[in-house]
Design a protein around this ligand. Structure first.
Ligand code: QV4
Ligand code: CA
Length: 512
């Protein structure tokens, strides 16, 4: 009994920061708007064999359906109920996905939207993904059920009930985010409904949660909800495993609400990371790559054990959320591969990579008029499934950054070097840098407008290694560049600034 209480206490404070990765894996991929049946297949055919740790899925619950057939992606951030049917699939497909991914050791993290329900002008009727009736104007969501009593209407003091001033922490938590009906999470009833939903997901095998819009919820309310969560399913996880919690709090500094109010509850998204890295690789604001010698806490980021890091996410890759035009995405593929490569080589934080779909961007005065566009869809509005081409890329508008050789191979690099310290830093006082990870990996970047040509100590054992960026190891040969490390650990690197990918990475498992 004592032991149980101890693990519960311990788990409460610490374990929610742990992603529960299986088999020594390290990286999360956000499969934005993918269908459950495609995710199940991707776990088996690609993610498990390549060593991905887990997937952040789009919100699995029932959501509003808008402007059929061309539904915006963001309808999924307007819940109608906690039934498990959404644009990504129904309950049966959801259960099949979680089961099959867990069976091959790839975790599922659900995106959970509990700050609000639909927009206040969301109408009345059955325009919802499982066909449940609701009325936004009456604040009536009988499939939960929630009624007007369960919303924050009276607590909010602004004129129209929306957040008007982010400097006022009461508005940010108790008023409506862009008119979304704000749930009263101080109420036991609301807390219990939310916990019931999350526990359902846990019992089905989910390993954790990306908590949406946490800035808009009081830390005490979240703490209460998290405290009611079950341990992970014993079918796949060790006894006493707590769900991994990572909370979306956008904090670029200078706002009334700080990430630090949430780190005792779980990890938090470090939005400074992608914003800074974007400026660095774009060489904006006088930034230089060699300044990243102190990357991590040295740049004013939250402490390593609290951070989830990413180059871009589904919001800021299309101008929503934080970071603006500095954010690097698949649209700038050369820079993107370098930035993601840097993130995966660097030890700071739990890393999440993005997997996107293409849409028709249409900039008018710097704003994309089509930032609402949903995933590749059939004429009836249903999401297209993800076809895989013979060269392993994806078709039908799915970008599949996670399948880009350079990115996949850096996910493997991160697994190989995990827990190794960062060592042997080198730079040219400009945009050429290199560093190692113990004696298991080494990476060199050239983001200058001239060649890199240098001999460096890699700290690795002598031998011939395949660069995993220009190619990889294939049997007893390299499909790309070859790096020869001498007995003393030195190796010569030459990277032209005009190379398709001006960086080189080698690791213990890419040795011939
Ligand atoms: C609009 C106006 C309102 C007006 C209302 C009137 O903006 O001022 O009152 O109409 O009807 C969509 C529309 C938005 C619309 C709203 C309500 O884009 O224009 O309001 O619906 O109908 C996503 C999108 C939002 C979208 C929302 C709900 O980004 O554009 O709103 O889904 O569908 C802050 C938060 C942070 C948030 C970030 C985007 O602190 O938490 O903004 N990020 C998360 C998710 C994000 C999601 C939400 C939160 C909301 O990552 O994807 O917003 O769940 O920084
Ligand atoms: Ca709120």
């Amino acid at each position: 009994m004592k032991l149980v209480i101890l693990t519960m206490l311990f788990g409460f404070g610490v374990m929610q920061h742990n992603p529960n990765f299986q088999h020594g894996r390290t990286t999360i991929v956000q499969l934005f708007e993918w269908r459950w049946s495609d995710i199940a297949a991707e776990c088996e055919r690609f993610l498990a064999p390549k060593g991905f740790g887990g997937i952040q899925i789009s919100p699995p619950n029932e959501h509003i359906v808008l402007n059929e057939p061309w539904q915006p992606w963001w309808q999924r951030y307007q819940p109608i109920s906690y039934n498990l049917c959404s644009r990504s699939g129904n309950e049966e497909e959801f259960i099949d996905m979680v089961t099959r991914c867990n069976n091959v050791g790839v975790n599922i993290y659900a995106d959970v939207v509990i700050n609000h329900m639909s927009g206040s002008s969301g109408g009345e009727g059955n325009h919802s993904s499982c066909g449940s009736w609701f009325s936004a104007s009456k604040k009536d969501f009988p499939s939960v059920p929630y009624s007007a009593w369960d919303f924050n209407s009276n607590k909010c003091k602004t004129r129209n009930g929306d957040i008007e001033n982010y400097g006022d922490i009461f508005q940010v938590r108790d008023c409506q985010l862009v008119s979304l009906l704000d749930l009263a999470l101080e109420k036991d009833y609301v807390r219990s409904k939310v916990a019931e939903y999350m526990n359902r997901l846990i019992d089905l095998g989910v390993a954790g949660f990306r908590m949406d819009a946490c800035k808009h919820m009081w830390p005490g309310d979240l703490e209460n909800v998290y405290g009611h969560l079950h341990n992970l399913s014993l079918r796949w996880f060790p006894n006493g495993s707590r769900p991994f919690i990572f909370q979306e709090v956008i904090d670029l500094g200078g706002e009334a609400i700080s990430y630090s109010e949430y780190i005792h509850l779980g990890r938090v998204t470090e939005f400074k990371y992608g914003a800074k890295l974007g400026n660095i690789f774009r060489k904006w604001n006088e930034e230089k790559l060699f300044y990243t010698r102190t990357w991590g806490e040295g740049w004013g980021f939250m402490s390593d054990g609290n951070a989830v890091v990413f180059v871009d996410n589904h919001d800021n890759q299309r101008g929503h959320g934080a970071g603006g035009s500095a954010i690097i995405t698949f649209w700038d593929s050369k820079l993107y591969k370098m930035a993601v490569g840097y993130m995966l080589a660097h030890p700071y934080g739990v890393a999440r990579i993005m997997s996107s779909y293409r849409w028709n961007r249409n900039f008018v005065n710097g704003k994309d008029q089509n930032d609402w566009m949903g995933p590749p869809a059939n004429t009836n509005g249903s999401t297209k499934s993800v076809p895989v081409n013979s060269d392993q890329t994806c078709g039908d508008g799915w970008v599949c950054e996670h399948r880009w050789r350079q990115i996949t191979n850096m996910v493997i690099f991160r697994n190989v070097v995990k827990q190794q310290p960062q060592i042997s830093w080198w730079d040219n006082q400009s945009n050429q840098v290199a560093f190692g990870r113990g004696d298991l990996g080494f990476i060199v970047f050239n983001n200058d407008d001239w060649d890199l040509d240098v001999t460096l100590n890699t700290g690795m054992s002598g031998g011939t290694y395949c660069d995993v960026i220009s190619g990889q190891k294939d049997g007893n040969k390299c499909t790309g560049k070859q790096i020869i490390v001498s007995k003393d650990g030195n190796a010569h690197f030459k990277i032209s600034n005009t190379d398709e990918d001006p960086f080189i990475a080698i690791h213990a498992e890419s040795k011939l």
